[in-house]
Design a protein around this ligand. Structure first.
Ligand code: ZN
Length: 151
């Protein structure tokens, strides 16, 4: 059987080395901090959301392990042009993928490229690295003054 794991690994390494949408947006109307104390990952997410509730632009800054940076890079790529509702659906599917049984195939239709992170299921301590950006996104959308924490 063809093992996709090497390919997944390559995508994660690539997104960690050259994160997409990295840096502060010049124009944004939501932002929030996120922190994963288990690993030390820190993120800041910037969002520009239209009146109609569509994510027009999204970026992030921060430092962390390869998984946290690659996950934020992949997430920001995936969110552009999505509605709040689509974004919630992705978050739900992503969390499900990160915590579900290994035998269960992730929902590729909703998650697209984000399925490369399905491998974190094998490493429980890395799940929070992969989901930190999503918790931070939530905090940003709610304009939370408190940083998002995975603990
Ligand atoms: Zn981490």
């Amino acid at each position: 059987m063809f093992d996709l794991r090497d390919l997944y690994q390559q995508v994660i390494v690539d997104h960690n080395k050259r994160p997409r949408n990295f840096g502060k947006l010049t124009e944004f109307n939501h932002d929030a901090d996120g922190y994963n104390p288990l690993c030390g990952d820190k993120l800041h997410i910037y969002l520009q959301v239209s009146d109609a509730g569509v994510i027009e632009n999204v970026s992030f800054e921060g430092e962390g392990c390869a998984i946290s940076v690659a996950s934020a890079s992949l997430m920001t790529d995936a969110l552009k042009g999505k509605t709040m509702q689509q974004c919630e659906e992705m978050f739900g599917q992503f969390q499900h993928m990160a915590t579900s049984d290994l035998a269960e195939a992730p929902d590729e239709e909703v998650l697209g490229k984000l399925t490369v992170l399905a491998g974190v299921r094998e490493f429980p301590s890395r799940i929070k690295c992969a989901t930190l950006c999503w918790h931070t996104l939530h905090a940003a959308l709610k304009d939370s003054a408190e940083p998002a924490k995975t603990e």
